[in-house]
Design a protein around this ligand. Structure first.
Ligand SMILES: [Zn+2]
Length: 248
């Protein structure tokens, strides 16, 4: 483990264009439960029933009551943890250029990363379905469900529901970023869901190093990653940064 931390610090010191690909695992230390897997929201709910765009269009109040209100309560109070902060520090050091994330919690931006590509949109914002005006989720008054825009339109999360397309510019920009990087950090994701799963492959294809930070092995570990540092994102990032500071 210590050797791998040293190796990661060395690889980061030598890299000029680092991209991070992140998933639910980086945000669990901020109290955000994952959707998939053990203890995930989808164990409690059928996503097709409450997180599909058709379900929202049919009955926005129901989806607000069953899902969006609960997510708002979680995201409103969540703060970046050492995993997010570590990636922000790597950007300040001039190493990290882009974060590609499957998360919708907005915590990378809150930590200070400035180029964040979000495959699934951002739940920190709500959008009017009529006039597209955006409101910060934290500021939205939910005494009436569904909450409404000043124009009377219904507010929806500025995130991607099941049944909706991943934004095209996110697809294009992430492919570009992955192909251009010389080191990719894969943090807190098993990267089995598309299009995230493709990003390490694009990076690898152009010769980038792939460093995985995850508590467990993933399908990437054997085939794609150069090495896996087993552990929680925050702890591992802290150790790497400690090692890296004297190195650059
Ligand atoms: Zn409106």
């Amino acid at each position: 483990m210590d050797d791998l931390i040293k190796q990661a610090a060395g690889d980061l010191a030598a890299a000029c264009n680092v991209v991070a690909l992140t998933g639910a695992g980086i945000s669990t230390e901020s109290g955000i439960p994952p959707f998939r897997g053990k203890g995930g929201l989808w164990e409690k709910f059928d996503p097709m029933e409450i997180a599909h765009i058709d379900a929202f269009m049919k009955d926005p109040a129901r989806v607000w009551n069953l899902l969006v209100k609960e997510m708002k309560a979680i995201v409103d109070t969540a703060r970046p943890n050492d995993g997010h902060k570590g990636l922000a520090k790597l950007e300040q050091m001039g190493k990290l250029k882009t974060v590609i994330t499957q998360n919708i919690d907005g915590l990378h931006q809150a930590a200070g990363n400035t180029d964040v590509i979000e495959f699934h949109g951002n739940f920190a914002w709500q959008r009017c379905m009529d006039c597209s005006q955006k409101y910060e989720t934290r500021q939205v008054d939910i005494s009436q469900i569904p909450p409404r825009c000043r124009c009377g339109g219904i507010l929806r999360p500025d995130a991607v529901f099941f049944g909706e397309m991943i934004p095209q510019d996110a697809m294009w920009r992430s492919k570009q970023a992955a192909s251009d990087c010389d080191l990719m950090l894969v943090v807190g994701t098993s990267a089995v869901v598309q299009p995230a799963a493709l990003m390490p492959l694009f990076a690898k294809e152009t010769g980038a190093k792939i460093i995985e930070i995850n508590p467990e092995e993933t399908p990437l570990t054997v085939e794609v990653s150069d090495y896996l540092i087993k552990g929680r994102a925050g702890e591992v990032m802290n150790q790497i940064l400690q090692e890296l500071k004297p190195a650059i």
